[in-house]
Design a protein around this ligand. Structure first.
Ligand code: EPU
Length: 425
C-alpha cells in the first residue's frame, strides 16, 4: 500500500494541465451499453475508478482498449450479460449507472445495491422511481436490484429529492429514456456539467434530447442508437483542487485545458477569500497578493458551490483570518476530513451539517489517514503548507480520482513523493 509524503515547500508556481472529468467519463462509458456499435473517447483520465468501470464493462461483454494517444475504444462482443456484481459495485458507486442502459437495451439488469459510504447513506430511490415511471419492473433481491422491461415507455418524471437533484440518478433515467417508446420529460434533472457532457454524448449516438444543461430534459425515444466519438470535458474538481494548492501556498498557479464557466461559484469564492483570479477561454490563474479572508460556504447542486471541493476549501479557510462557516447541503455527514485536519492542529468545530472553521494561519504536519477521495486531496493540500512532514496514508482513495497527483504537484514545485507504506493499509 502506498502513502504520499508531503513536506512544507515553496509557493507553487507554473502551469498544470487538467485531465478529463472522472464523473463525466464513468456514466459515458455506461452509455456505450446503449448501442451494439463501437464508441471512442478522447480525454478519458487513467484513474482507478475508470479501470474499475472498464472491468465492469468487460464483464458486461464490452471490452475496451486504449491506444498510444490515450484514445479509449469500446467493442461490443456479448449483449446477453446483464449483471453488475457486488465486488465491483462496492468499490465504486458510479457502477449504478449501468442500470438504466442495460435495462433499456438488454431488457434486464441485475445490479448490486450500492451500500452507504464514509460520508453517510447514499440512497438510490430516485433512480428506481424514475426507471419504474418508465415502465420497468424492479425488485430488490439478495442485495441486488433486479430490473426488467420489454420496451420502456416515455413518461413525465420528477427527480428532485430531499437534497435536491441527483447526478447519477439523472444519468440513469436519461439514458433509459433515450431508447423508450415516446417522449419523456425529466423535471428536477441535475444540471452538473458532467450530466450535460453525457447528454451531448447521447446526442452524438443519435438520441433526441432537448433542454440539455437545464433542470427540464425532454427526451424523444428512438429505436436504435449508434456508435460515436467524443471528447470528455475537463475535470472541474481536479482544477479546483490545484487552484486551492496555488492559493494556500501563496503561489501563482495556472490550470490549463479547463472551462472556467464550470467553476463560476468557486472562482467567486476564491475572490471573496482574497485570492486574485484571472480567467481565459481555457485557463484559470490564481495568485495570492494579500492575506486570506474568512468566508461562508454552502454546498449546493450545480451551479452552486460543489460538495466535491468542500474539503479542499476547508484547508484554505483554516489558513484565513477570522471565523468561517461551511455548510454541507448535499451530504450533511461529509466531514471525515475534519478529524484528520484537527490532528494537523486546525481549529474546526462540527455542528450538524455545519463546520465552524477558526482560521489560525498555520497547520502542523502529521501522519493522517485518507477516508475518501476528496478528503484525501484536502489532506495532501494541508501537507503542502503544514510545518514539517505529513504522511497521507491510504492513497488508493486519491488514485480513484486524481491522475498522477504527486507528479502534477511536483511539477509546480511541491515537495511530495509516493512511498511504500509498510504499515498499510
Ligand atoms: N439522493 C437521494 N436519492 C437518490 C439519489 C441521491 O436522496 O436516489 C441524495 C443523496 O443522498 C445526496 C443527494 O441526493 O444527498 C445528491 O446525490 P447524487 O445522487 O447527486 O450523488 P451521486 O450521483 O451519487 C455524484 C458524484 C459525486 C458527487 C455528487 C454530488 C459521480 C460518479 N459521483 O454522486 O462525486 O459528490 O454527485 O455532486 O458523478 C466524488 O467525485 O468524489 C463524488 C463523490
Amino acid at each position: 500500500m502506498d502513502k504520499l509524503v508531503v513536506s512544507e515547500g515553496p509557493p507553487l508556481r507554473g502551469e498544470v494541465p487538467v485531465s478529463g472529468a472522472k464523473n463525466a467519463v464513468l456514466p459515458i462509458l455506461a452509455a456505450t451499453l446503449l448501442t451494439g456499435e463501437s464508441c471512442t473517447l478522447r480525454g478519458a483520465p487513467r484513474l482507478r475508478d475508470v479501470n474499475t468501470m472498464l472491468r465492469l464493462m468487460e464483464g458486461l461483454g464490452v471490452p475496451t482498449t486504449w491506444d498510444d494517444d490515450g484514445v479509449l475504444t469500446t467493442r461490443v462482443i456479448d449483449e446477453d450479460v446483464a449483471t453488475a456484481p457486488y465486488d465491483l459495485v462496492k468499490t465504486m458507486r458510479a457502477s449504478i449507472t449501468v442500470l438504466g442502459p442495460l435495462l433499456a437495451r438488454r431488457g434486464r439488469a441485475r445490479v448490486s445495491f450500492p451500500g452507504g459510504c464514509v460520508f453517510g447513506p447514499r440512497p438510490v430511490d430516485l433512480h428506481i422511481k424514475g426507471l419504474r415511471a418508465l415502465g420497468a419492473e424492479i425488485d430488490i433481491e439478495e442485495g441486488y436490484i433486479e430490473a426488467r422491461a420489454d420496451r420502456l415507455k416515455g413518461a413525465r418524471i420528477f427527480l428532485g429529492g430531499p437534497f435536491g437533484s441527483t447526478v447519477t440518478g439523472t444519468a440513469n433515467v436519461l439514458m433509459a429514456a433515450t431508447l423508450a417508446e415516446g417522449q419523456s420529460v425529466i423535471e428536477g434533472a441535475a444540471c452538473e456539467p458532467e450530466v450535460t457532457d453525457l447528454a451531448e454524448f447521447l446526442v452524438g449516438m443519435g438520441a433526441r434530447i432537448e433542454g440539455i444543461g437545464s433542470p427540464r430534459l425532454l427526451v424523444d425515444g428512438v429505436d436504435e442508437l449508434h456508435g460515436t466519438s467524443h471528447c470528455v470535458i475537463p475535470d472541474r474538481i481536479e482544477a479546483g483542487t490545484f487552484l486551492v494548492a496555488g492559493a494556500i501556498t501563496g503561489g501563482d498557479v495556472t490550470v490549463t485545458g479547463i472551462r472556467p464557466d464550470t467553476l463560476t461559484a468557486v472562482l467567486e469564492k476564491f475572490r471573496e477569500i482574497g485570492v486574485d483570479v484571472t480567467e481565459g477561454e481555457n485557463f484559470i490563474r490564481v495568485r495570492r497578493r494579500g492575506p486570506l479572508l474568512n468566508a461562508e460556504i454552502t454546498t449546493l447542486p450545480y451551479p452552486g458551490f460543489p460538495t466535491d471541493l468542500q474539503a479542499q476549501f476547508m484547508v484554505l479557510l483554516s489558513l484565513a483570518d477570522g471565523v468561517s462557516i461551511v455548510t454541507e447541503k448535499i451530504y450533511p455527514e461529509r466531514f471525515m476530513h475534519v478529524a484528520e485536519l484537527l490532528r494537523m492542529r486546525a481549529q474546526i468545530r462540527k455542528e450538524g451539517p455545519n463546520a465552524i472553521v477558526i482560521g489560525t494561519g498555520w497547520l502542523s504536519g502529521a501522519p493522517v489517514m485518507a477516508s475518501d477521495l476528496r478528503a484525501s486531496a484536502a489532506l495532501v493540500l494541508a501537507g503542502l503548507v503544514a510545518k514539517g512532514r505529513t504522511d497521507v496514508k491510504r492513497v488508493y482513495h486519491i488514485d480513484r480520482g486524481y491522475e498522477r497527483i504527486e507528479e502534477k504537484l511536483s511539477a509546480l514545485g511541491a515537495v511530495i513523493s509516493r512511498e511504500d507504506d509498510p504499515e498499510g493499509p
